[in-house]
Design a binder for this molecule. Structure first.
Ligand code: ATP
Length: 248
């Protein structure tokens, strides 16, 4: 289980957020553009530090301001898939995947190379370099590389954002199979309700750097206002409406 309780001021923007995510399944971190989603994910990954708070994964402190704990990213056992694939251009697909495996501490590899390649359908791509891959293929390789570091948690920050609709529908089914297939909890950032509906078991609704609501997606989904959001694109207006509904 991941427990997050953080505060951070960045410029004029303040984050004060607390939530937990379960040992398995997909938890969507959902909110309009600028709500603080990436900032929070970066704190979990260790790419930036909260001003204060605690981040704990399976009882292991990744960050604790009072105890002076701030583990570097490579010690956190967290895989990160960004909006753009960020593959190493000079390495083949196989080289990129093996790089992920080398990041896992010795004796802690539990994700199998062939299983990942099969599940993501990237076997035919192994000898290619990233320049010869489509956007969707690159993202599948990036997911594979993140998985192969055998993480305790997979962070995905709008992994479909740079893809057109066809490529999105090519990658989405792979993501929904991941969490079950590898028993790795996923924290999935998006501002698109259409993606969240297909993927999320749990939801953390973020607004202005704070958590407006959180819980099982099914429970929040049954709210009339969330039903009205279906088919909507960008979440800002709809999220605002949902908060009114939750508060009433
Ligand atoms: N390093 C920084 N210094 C100052 N302000 C920052 C910094 N990083 C982000 N911000 C501000 O913090 C707020 C939250 O940004 P963040 O990127 O976390 O939002 P987001 O919900 O991920 O947005 P998006 O969906 O557009 O990616 C924004 O107002 C942004 O301008």
């Amino acid at each position: 289980m991941l427990k997050v309780r953080v505060r951070k001021n960045q410029g004029e923007f303040s984050i004060q957020a607390g939530f937990t995510i379960e040992d398995s399944g997909v938890t969507a971190l959902f909110g309009y553009s600028g709500a603080g989603k990436t900032s929070i994910v970066n704190m979990v990954a260790g790419l930036s530090a909260p001003d204060s708070g605690v981040i704990e994964m399976n009882g292991r402190k990744l960050f604790d301001s009072e105890q002076g704990i701030n583990l570097p990213p490579e010690q956190r056992r967290v895989g990160y898939v960004f909006q753009d694939a960020r593959l190493f251009p000079h390495l083949t697909v196989k080289g990129n995947l093996i790089f992920g495996m080398k990041l896992a501490p010795k004796g802690s590899l539990y994700v199998d190379f062939d299983e990942v390649v099969d599940m993501l359908g990237i076997g035919p791509l192994l000898s290619r370099r990233p320049a010869r891959l489509s956007g969707g293929e690159k993202q599948r390789v990036a997911i594979g590389r993140a998985l192969l570091c055998s993480p305790s948690l997979l962070l995905m920050d709008e992994p479909l954002a740079s893809l057109d609709e066809n490529r999105k529908s090519e990658v989405l089914p792979f993501i929904s199979r991941l969490s079950q297939g590898f028993s790795i909890p996923i924290l999935y950032v998006s501002h698109m309700l259409s993606e969240i509906e297909k993927l999320a078991d749990n939801l953390v609704l973020l607004e202005n750097g704070g958590v407006a609501a959180s819980g099982p997606f099914e429970a929040l989904k049954s709210s009339r206002t969330l039903a009205e959001m279906r088919g909507g694109g960008e979440s800002r207006g709809a999220l605002h409406a949902l908060n009114i509904k939750l508060a009433s």
